[in-house]
Design a protein around this ligand. Structure first.
Ligand SMILES: Cc1cc2nc3c(=O)[nH]c(=O)nc-3n(C[C@H](O)[C@H](O)[C@H](O)COP(=O)(O)OP(=O)(O)OC[C@H]3O[C@@H](n4cnc5c(N)ncnc54)[C@H](O)[C@@H]3O)c2cc1C
Length: 306
């Protein structure tokens, strides 16, 4: 079974875009291939197979992790393993390291990329969940020649449906603020213990404390999947703002989350009722970690695989 005719290795984002343009929609971007190669092998998708694959894993300008003036820029072709190894990301964007550190097993993390995680547009990509809580922006090279930064949430149009057409458009990089003094973040996920399965629920939180180190100034939360696209839990965030960073506040936020978020029953994940209960478990796990990181400035990623 031939899955493609030509395979190109792009050395830069511009070269990848030029190759896409030359094929006028008949080529497709491949990064780690951990999602795409499974898709290409589906017999029912045989008619959608591209003529050529454009591999971006060696595109130098899509492979860097930079921290400049308090802003991280992370290339879309950076692997989950590279995120996990970054001491800077662990210190200043801990939730991203915790989420990339639980993706698949070591083989998947070694080749799977942050860009592939976002471009695939599943409602519960682990890297994606943390990027949403970090309020990340994505740099897109559109097929018509425009380049623009846009909020990451603007890329998601439905479950598995992206605003990007990976036959024409390229996700080049992400940017987000590093955690400053008084800010902290955390990610936790609940998964069936056996084998490879879909996550039951994931949760990334970002917290900013007032200078008293005790009052929550701002909060961002992404619980996923609770809808077709990764989205912020706005009502739960509102229940935290202006409140003391303690267990009572967390319980009030859990009550709001239970009232406003409605995870579905999924035969691949769990019943809606169970998943709803797990919202509380995740918030009670992630929020205290983020409070502590914000208050102490100490951040050591937890639960990260080898
Ligand atoms: C065994 C296994 C376990 C997994 N476990 C997890 C898990 O625990 N958590 C999780 O979140 N995911 C998991 N995944 C899914 C997958 O590994 C991740 O989503 C990974 O980040 C995908 O990245 P990739 O580089 O392999 O993407 P690819 O497979 O190369 O590409 C995926 C899609 O994105 C497009 N694309 C890729 N890069 C770009 C770009 N820069 N610009 C435009 N389009 C692009 C491709 O054309 C394709 O449509 C698992 C997969 C497997 C096989």
């Amino acid at each position: 079974m031939k899955l493609w005719e030509k395979y190109h290795l792009a050395r830069t984002a511009d070269e990848a875009l030029a190759l896409l343009s030359n094929y006028s929609g008949e080529a497709q971007i491949v990064a780690g291939g951990t999602d795409l190669l499974i898709d290409l092998q589906q017999p029912e998708k045989a008619h959608q197979r591209p003529k050529a694959l454009i591999d971006v894993t060696c595109a130098a300008d899509m492979n860097t992790i930079q921290l400049e003036d308090g802003i991280f820029t992370v290339g879309a072709a950076v692997t989950h393993a590279a995120v996990v190894k970054s001491a800077l990301l662990e210190r200043y964007a801990t939730c991203l390291v915790e989420s990339c550190g639980v993706v698949g097993g070591p083989q998947v993390r070694n080749v799977g990329t942050l860009g592939g995680n976002v471009a695939h547009a599943l409602p519960a990509g682990d890297g994606t969940t943390s990027l949403v809580a970090l309020d990340a922006q994505a740099l897109v090279g559109w097929g018509d020649g425009r380049r623009e930064w846009l909020p990451i949430t603007a890329l998601f149009k439905g479950a598995g449906v992206s605003a990007l057409d990976s036959h024409r458009d390229l996700l080049i990089a992400f940017r987000f603020n590093a955690c400053k003094a008084g800010e902290g973040c955390a990610f936790k996920r609940i998964m069936r213990p056996q084998g490879v399965a879909l996550p039951i629920l994931g949760c990334a939180v970002w917290i900013a404390l007032e200078s008293d180190n005790e009052t929550i100034r701002d909060a961002r939360i992404c619980l996923a999947p609770v809808s077709q696209t990764p989205t912020r839990a706005a009502d739960t965030e509102a229940a935290l703002r202006g409140q003391p960073a303690n267990a009572e506040t967390i319980e009030r936020a859990v009550a709001v989350a239970h009232k406003t978020l409605h995870p579905r029953t999924s035969k691949y994940r769990a019943t809606g009722e169970y998943r709803r209960e797990m919202i509380g478990t995740l918030l009670r796990g992630a929020l205290p970690r983020a409070f502590e990181r914000a208050a102490t400035g100490q951040a050591k990623a937890e639960g990260v695989g080898a």
